[in-house]
Ligand binder design. Sequence first.
Ligand code: CA
Length: 246
Amino acid sequence: MLGMSERPSGFMASEANPGKTVLVVEDEQSIRDMLEFNLDRAGYSVRLTGSGSEARAAIADRYPDVILMDWMLPDVSGLELTRQLKRDANSREIPIIMLTARVSEDDRVAGLDGGADDYITKPFSARELQSRIRAVLRRFGHHAEEVLTVDDLSIDRLAHRVTSAGNPVNLGPTEYRLLEFFMTHAERVYSRAQLLDRVWGGNVYVEERTVDVHIRRLRKALVSSNHDRYIQTVRGAGYRFSTRGA
Ligand code: CA
């Protein structure tokens, strides 16, 4: 069972989660400690919160890649918070795994119907935890690949290098994050507000037209290889990365 002495066996820190953030919503200190210990060892960046209001603030501050949600919280039930997050366009794409001591089929069904993407019954092992997290990340299209390639445009997410037909493309840090976001979320339109949330982080107070400035820079960096056509403006809606025609 999950404990301080247990290592996440067979799982190297750098294997598949560079920079992935796990938001823990759990009010019980011993379980928070265990989760922090094991997730940290597995290479995740961990944020600990103990209530619904803390969780909301943490999500606004930095968009997590996955949420581990306790069922019983002091201010709101984890189930209700899950429902709320899944109704909100700004958070509905975050996979949520419920942590629950409840084992009845009715409770599992209620959790999944409420929008949870998976659940883990306490007590659980570190291995099961890792495997459930990896599974939802895969399902939600969080590409674990270190190198993503679209046609001959490549992004190496460990080295933070972009190449086009083998030639290096120099991008500023924001343009890099934009391109990485687009390449992992292709064929979907994102509004400027959503891009600010996902690429800049929700607590950064910048104007929406800042997005346009960085989109322009990104296109400019990709123009010589003709990959700028992938960064498409969708009038009245926002931007989309697509290899199909605009
Ligand atoms: Ca609790």
